[in-house]
Design a protein around this ligand. Structure first.
Ligand SMILES: NC(=O)c1ccc[n+]([C@@H]2O[C@H](COP(=O)([O-])OP(=O)(O)OC[C@H]3O[C@@H](n4cnc5c(N)ncnc54)[C@H](O)[C@@H]3O)[C@@H](O)[C@H]2O)c1
Ligand SMILES: O=C(O)[C@H](O)CO
Length: 386
């Protein structure tokens, strides 16, 4: 489209012009912007992924801030255009911001927001769901039932993997990786092995305490290990879930060689970003190892899948829905809107972007701060004392 034709406008007389490239769940984010004198324009164009040209047309000559999506290419061109339109802030409605060139934003003095914390448990729950679905072959079995193929119980029908007492491996034990690890350890009494650049002290303490609790109750205690290399996790774990950020160090972290070092019957889950896995190598590995299973929420060339992936019975594929619970998506919209609003109003940056609950309380006004600005240090933004 040359110029978006379909736009919903809220508070036409508002002083600050804020653009959202997509309609987002809930109404709180809209109300918060409108109450603070923003004219909000929401692009309601039917096209799923907006191009750089589409967004430039949306921003127009005067735009104070933009709420955008992880599918958009926020690089030099868009930040130059936003800055020219007088804009001070952009926020992704996502925690991941690998679609954003933060250096370009710094160059134009534009604050870049993201939405951590509110999606941690929801995303970890989907990773846990995919782990279970893959281990117990739930999708294959469902398809079999619907195809009318079930003609009675059989000892060998859809035999999968037991999780209890097995080892769960986590690559990237940050917010989501740690939440996932706790679910698998506590829920299924799995032992933990993890790899991260940093020590996950709270996670280690949790597993230690849970192990002691189990022991005191006469059960086999769970254990944890921080692996010195990612390879150690790949070799030892029965279920491996990927939760790192996507950057140069994690691109194709899982490739032909790393897949070969995993157990033949392992389960691999990816709810981080598609390019963390070399998907062509994965398809080949799935083909050669029918008992190896994957659960994928994200894809290397999203929204596309590499040839052959859709035909693999040992792959479960869902369309990037890991954060898709109502509470989380409404919360993400709120945090993204407050990042943009806070910068427009000159508010300081919230001290701890992992502790965003005060912004999500629907019964109280949010703190006068930007919940999470990833380039706050580079821009020298003040930190809230609240
Ligand atoms: N599928 C989805 O819908 C969905 C939802 C939320 C987040 N995500 C993705 O998950 C990512 C993680 O989110 P988070 O909130 O847990 O972030 P986080 O920053 O808390 O955790 C990321 C962890 O990865 C680690 N890491 C970085 N480089 C690494 C490397 N080379 N090897 C091993 N570990 C490394 C970091 O040290 C950190 O602990 C996001 O960046 C986003 O891309 C996807
Ligand atoms: O990074 C993110 O937040 C996800 O991919 C969407 O929730």
């Amino acid at each position: 489209m040359a110029k978006p034709v379909s736009i919903e406008v809220w508070n036409p007389r508002g002083r600050y012009r804020v653009v959202s490239t997509k309609p987002m769940p809930g109404t709180r984010w809209i109300n918060l912007l409108v109450q603070q004198d923003c004219r909000l324009e929401i692009c309601t164009e039917k096209k799923t992924i907006l191009s750089v040209e589409d967004i430039i047309a949306l921003m127009g000559d005067k735009c104070d801030g933009v709420i955008g999506q992880l599918t958009e290419d926020w690089g030099e061109t868009l930040f130059a255009a936003l800055s020219k339109a007088g804009g001070k802030a952009f926020s992704n409605m996502a925690v991941g911001y690998n679609n954003v060139d933060v250096n370009a934003a710094n160059k134009y003095g534009v604050a870049v927001g993201n939405t951590p914390g509110v999606l941690t448990e929801t995303t970890a729950e989907l990773a846990a769901s995919l782990s279970l679905a893959a281990a117990r072959r739930i999708v294959e079995a469902d398809e079999f039932m619907r195809a009318g193929l079930y003609d009675g119980w059989l000892p060998n029908l859809f035999v999968g993997n037991l999780l209890k007492g097995q080892t769960v491996g986590v690559i990237g034990a940050g917010r989501i990786g740690s939440a996932y690890a706790r679910m698998m350890v506590e829920g299924f009494k799995m032992n933990l092995i993890y790899y991260d650049l940093y020590q996950a002290t709270r996670l280690e303490k949790f597993v230690t305490a849970y192990g002691q609790f189990l022991k005191a109750n006469g059960e086999q205690p769970v254990t944890w290990k921080r692996a010195a290399t990612m390879d150690e996790v790949l070799r030892e774990a029965d279920v491996i879930s990927l939760h790192p950020v996507l950057d140069k160090t994690t691109y194709h972290l899982i490739n032909k060689e790393s897949l070969a070092s995993m157990k033949k019957e392992a389960v691999l889950v990816n709810c981080s970003r598609g390019p963390v896995i070399d998907e062509v190598a994965l398809v080949e590995h799935l083909r050669r190892n029918p008992m190896f299973r994957v659960g994928l929420d994200v894809f290397e060339d999203e929204p596309y899948m590499k040839p052959g992936l859709a035909d693999m019975k040992n792959a479960i594929v869902v369309p990037h829905i890991a954060s898709a619970s109502k509470w989380t998506r409404e919360g993400m919209a709120t945090l993204a809107a407050l990042n943009v609003l806070g910068k427009i109003k000159g508010y300081p940056v919230w001290g701890d972007p992992n502790r965003v609950e005060p912004f999500l309380n629907e019964n109280a006004p949010p703190p006068a701060a930007c919940p999470s600005i990833v380039n706050s240090k580079a821009l020298g933004l003040p930190v809230s004392k609240l």
